[in-house]
Design a protein around this ligand. Structure first.
Ligand code: PEP
Ligand code: MN
Length: 338
């Protein structure tokens, strides 16, 4: 159920409604938009049917949300969600945000070298994994806290925001201490306990689509995060498993307009994990921007042949810089900037 408030609703009126909903044993989630405030109500809707919320002062309209995802639905919030990071960095606004860096943080010097290059090329968020979800238990698993320290140190020094994956509920507090955005990897998209826990944090969340998950599955997973109270959520299309084996995964480019129609959440494209090969990353990144994504997350490595993870799909800094220049022109053509 969604309660749309009048544009002149006062804070006292909002507090009053929130208090009444809570007393009914339901969970209110207040979303303050530019135009007006909306309150999402989670819980058994039949309780609300016998409570005439329409007559509460400040309420304009009360409507049911017919989709199984409620808070993620476009109905809940007609204007797109914007996520404010430090400085004047906003995800979900006109500017397409580029997150770039190595797949895994390997050592301080290498991270610094890559970070400097991606910053120079125009990236504003540094990516790098410290906890790596590897297919084989014998592959490099990441540096853990040591890696997080490097990420935070380099990010601060260069004025880059940071994003890194959290794989386990036991590591959330640790990762939160070091990173600006918490990434939930494709393999954990339906780790519901993890989703519930990051929903209780205040940090922006980047939720990646599962390898074999539908867009509806992704939106239901988003609902877990949102219903915990964390509305700073962005969704990431990173390629799905199909019968096509020329690429590591198949980038579902239609996910961008589909999610944009169904949801208000920002959409990020990861061309690197979709492609699996560095020479396909650039066209897929461009397709993402052309389709209307709000951001890109791209793997870059200064020595891809020596990378401890995903070297084959990592762009050299020069290639990344070229791509950024091309993307700037493209973004303009679709009414965005980069
Ligand atoms: C990654 O970003 O390095 C990663 C492991 O991504 P995904 O979860 O999409 O495979
Ligand atoms: Mn990777």
């Amino acid at each position: 159920m969604i309660i749309v408030l009048k544009s002149d609703a006062t804070q006292a009126q909002i507090d009053h409604i929130v208090e009444r909903i809570t007393k009914l044993g339901l969970k209110p989630l207040v979303s303050k938009g530019v135009e007006r405030t909306i309150i999402g109500v989670i819980g058994p809707e039949d309780i609300l049917r016998v409570t005439p919320l329409e007559v509460f002062p400040g309420v304009e309209n009360v409507m049911p949300v017919l989709t199984p995802y409620k808070l993620a639905a476009r109905d809940f919030k007609t204007e797109g969600t914007t996520i404010k990071l430090g400085g004047n960095l906003v995800i979900g606004a006109r500017k397409v945000i580029v997150m770039a860096g190595p797949c895994a943080i390997e050592n301080l010097d290498n991270l610094y070298e890559i970070a400097k290059a991606v910053k120079k090329a125009g990236a504003t968020v540094l990516r790098g994994g410290a906890f790596k979800p590897r297919t084989s238990p014998y592959s490099f698993q990441g540096l853990g806290e040591e890696g997080l320290k490097y990420l935070s140190q380099v990010g601060k020094e260069l004025g880059l925001a940071t994003v890194t994956e959290v794989m386990d509920t036991r590591d959330i507090a640790l990762v939160e201490r070091y990173a600006d955005i918490l990434q939930i990897g494709a393999r954990n998209m339906q780790n519901f306990n993890l989703l519930k826990e990051v929903g209780l944090t205040k940090k922006p969340i980047l939720l990646k689509r599962g390898l074999s998950s539908t867009i509806k599955d992704l939106l239901m997973s988003a609902e877990y995060v949102l219903s915990g109270g964390n509305l700073n959520l962005m969704l990431c299309e990173r390629g799905i498993r199909t019968f096509e084996d020329s690429t590591r995964n198949t980038l579902d480019i239609s996910a961008v307009p589909v999610i944009k129609q169904l949801s208000h959440l920002p959409v990020i494209i990861d061309p690197s994990h979709a492609a699996g090969k560095w020479n396909l990353v650039s066209p897929l990144a461009k397709a993402g921007v052309a389709a209307g994504c709000d951001g890109l997350i791209i793997e870059v490595h200064s020595h891809p042949e020596e990378a401890l993870s995903d070297g084959a799909q990592s762009l050299l800094p020069e290639k990344f810089s070229e791509l950024m220049q091309e993307l700037r022109i493209l973004a303009k053509a679709v009414g965005r900037e980069l």
